[in-house]
Ligand binder design. Sequence first.
Ligand SMILES: [Fe+2]
Length: 390
Amino acid sequence: MNVNKVKIDLNYINEGVSFIYPLFSPEGEKILDARTPLTGELITRFKERHGRYVFYTETGGKAVIPPFRMKLAYNMSREIIGEISKSDKMSKTTFHNAEKLVEDILNDISGSDIEIITLLKDLKDFDEYLYNHSVNVGVLSAVFARLQGRFKQDDMKSLTMGAYLHDIGQRRIDPQLLNKKGVLDVTEFQKIKRHPQLGYEIVKQIAGDNPVLLQSILFHHEKFNNRGYFELPYEHLPEFPKIVSICDIYDALTSVRPFRKDAMSPRNALKAILNSGGTHFDYPLVWGFVNSLGRVLNQEGPFWEIHEICELNTQELALVKSEGLESILKPRLLVFCRFVRAVKTISVNFYSQPREVDLAIDTKRHITKVVNNQTQIRSIRFKLKERGIL
Ligand SMILES: [Fe+2]
């Protein structure tokens, strides 16, 4: 095994920083475990006992990072964490988790990552909205992926970097076109659609061959119905760009844009995400997003309105009776009919005896849509009243 001894200059290390490897004294004694934050007290003690330099052993051929680059990257990560704390996308708890997570990821740096973070910071001068959006998508992706609890740390880091830079290709597109109000013509849309490819090229030059990072950028506009920018078969795509994509849509829906004055509330955006299952995203992804991030993002009260109408995977309609205790998408329901959906209409066949169903117990039924067409809602509610159900 190739073992390098890398020197760490304690004069350049800020309080709170942690390393992905243990630290050793000049005599080779282990003085700090991997990923343990260096407190001010520890830095002082190490300097007193061992002098200005300590070491970590590094296996493999990873690039040695000069101390000034470590300091630069650390300061950049602090700045980004500062930006996140100003964002209104995150509850206090999410921010707290995100702060630890992002700090961990950004401290776990290699030489090319610093260039990547610099790309992100440069976005601020190019377009303030794009910068804030990119930071939000990075944090949302990191938190969503971590809540799933099944990804390796290296992949989490590459995913977060990819999410930060998913729209970096827009730097090579005319800003007037990016911020155009109104409908884009075919040529204009073709230009916009190049940004995943442009971003991939920018980042590949810097980061080299990092599949998770590059795929997260290149495929973030693909869709479940295969009608994304590259029209690729969704089922064969890796899951990382799908995570970036759903976080991208959530953040876009909850932001004010030139072409849409009103930002959606978190609750309505989560319902829009749910309703995009089966077209934009696959159902397990939207269910996972709403269930895991729903309560964190929606701080405005209950998710469901009592007697809201939803569609189930069993081709049934149901009224929401009460919020789910276990998770958002497992409320108590009154299932009242079967339905057949045509292009613009929905025909219903009412049950003589509506059934109470608790989705926390009934694992075969899942919510696939929230009915939001006001004409349909009025018509269904009228029929429910006629039958004495409402
Ligand atoms: Fe994009």
